[in-house]
Design a protein around this ligand. Structure first.
Ligand code: HPA
Length: 273
């Protein structure tokens, strides 16, 4: 990765008015509506930002949105890059480095995921407290990583404890049930076999999805506190596995989204910035 490219991406956005956001938000599959609630939005399409990963056709609508939410300046990623679309781990995490250089002090991440823990049901929200990286690589495995931070990044507490405690208290107060657990990231895009779901349970995963972990690793590299949630869209019971299709995943994500938005907005209110 080259610092100069990052500087150019950031200069383009600053020039458009992306001025000192305090929070970055990554919106997962089917979870894009929070972007519509941003006041005085300024948009930058991924295709127009210099050195941003080149968007695929599918990805036409991907954009960064800057504006105000709960009285604070935020920058939102509507649409993210996935390994399964053919991007590499540096591409997938490039926007995190851009948002960091724009000045964000906290990062919220959301995703759609399958429930491995069968006490959890579709439509539940799960606070991610730890993860298992099954994507077969690291976004920090590049030659000049030390120009950007430490190489051997600690992952003893990758998800910020203060924000975790805050969102649990908020969920309780708002009467929103919030599960907690371990998120495992796979490459995809195929869903898992019964044997794979069985394995994921044995190794300690509560949910599985195809994103988030690379972004969290890079945010830890940048010492950026992270809060991440999974919206559980399907139940991965290896003894009674049903075929799921993406339309159902999107539908469940859409139905659950208002609860997630409430949690995020309340948490944002409580953040000093
Ligand atoms: N597996 C992987 N990714 C997913 C799933 C799943 O069951 N559901 C939503 N994203």
């Amino acid at each position: 990765m080259i610092k100069k490219q990052l500087d150019e991406s950031v200069a383009y956005l600053k020039n458009k008015g992306f001025n000192a956001p305090v929070l970055g938000i990554v919106l997962g599959t089917g979870l894009g509506k929070l972007a519509d609630e941003i006041e005085n939005p300024i948009e930058a399409h991924y295709n127009h930002i210099p050195f941003f990963p080149l968007a695929t056709v599918e990805f036409h609508s991907g954009k960064l949105i800057y504006g105000t939410l709960e009285g604070k300046k935020v920058v939102v990623m509507q649409g993210r890059f996935h390994i399964y679309e053919g991007y590499d781990l540096l591409d997938v995490t490039y926007p995190i480095r851009v948002m960091h250089q724009l000045g964000i002090k906290h990062l919220f991440i959301s995703n759609a995921a399958g429930a491995i823990n069968l006490n959890y049901k579709k439509g539940d929200i799960m606070l991610i407290e730890d993860h298992i990286n099954l994507q077969g690589g690291s976004p920090l495995a590049f030659k000049n990583v030390s120009l950007f931070g430490d190489r051997f990044v600690n992952m003893n507490e990758p998800y910020d404890l203060i924000m975790r405690n805050k969102i649990k208290a908020i969920a309780k107060k708002e009467g929103i049930s919030l599960q907690t657990g371990v998120y495992a990231s796979v490459v995809g895009p195929q869903l898992e076999t019964k044997a794979e779901y069985r394995m994921l349970k044995i190794i300690g995963a509560d949910a599985v999805g195809m994103s988030t972990v690379p972004e969290v690793i890079v945010a830890n590299h940048l010492k950026l506190p992270i809060l991440a949630v999974s919206v559980l869209t399907d139940e991965c019971d290896p003894d009674n596995l049903q075929a799921v299709d993406i339309t159902e995943i999107l539908e469940i994500a859409g139905k659950t989204e208002p609860k997630m938005i409430r949690l995020f907005r309340e948490l944002l209110k409580s953040i000093e910035a």
